[in-house]
Ligand binder design. Structure first.
Ligand code: SF4
Ligand code: SF4
Length: 135
């Protein structure tokens, strides 16, 4: 079921998918912004974790398609341990990444990384990055 709202499309199917992939319920978020206050990456994000939770509550997948928030998320779980509603927000961010990666889109292209960067980067960082950013 989809409902048009202010030029966006509210998708109940998308909400269900985010909840299914994350194992969480974005619906219970009360928009307190504690997650944003805890997030060490918030300054680097297009939209704060609170705002992304708001998008997720309405299933606004299209709105979230080109934002960097869930790619910048460091999966540190600082937000998750403080959320008063017990939501593991890091898992929601992972679910949003998975929705993109499952369409076979890569966030970074390994073949486009310069050889000098590959030579200098710790191998474990490269492997972790490929796991997170490639389909
Ligand atoms: S801390 Fe939890 S309840 Fe508060 S805005 Fe973030 S996700 Fe929602
Ligand atoms: S898990 Fe992600 S969203 Fe949550 S505090 Fe860490 S970097 Fe921010």
């Amino acid at each position: 079921m989809t409902i048009p709202i202010s030029g966006q499309t509210l998708s109940l199917k998308s909400i269900e998918k985010i909840n299914e992939l994350s194992g969480e319920s974005v619906n219970v978020c009360m928009q307190c912004a504690t997650c944003t206050g805890m997030c060490p990456m918030a300054q680097e994000m297009d939209f704060s974790p609170r705002k992304v939770m708001h998008f997720a509550q309405f299933g606004l997948i299209e709105r979230m398609a080109d934002i960097n928030t869930y790619w910048k998320c460091a999966s540190c779980h600082a937000c998750s341990v403080k959320c008063p509603r017990g939501i593991d927000i890091a898992k929601v961010m992972e679910a949003l990444r998975q929705q993109v990666l499952r369409t076979s889109k890569n966030y970074i292209e390994p073949s486009e990384i310069p050889a000098e960067v590959i030579a200098e980067m710790p191998q474990i960082a490269l492997v972790a990055g490929f796991r997170k950013f490639t389909s």
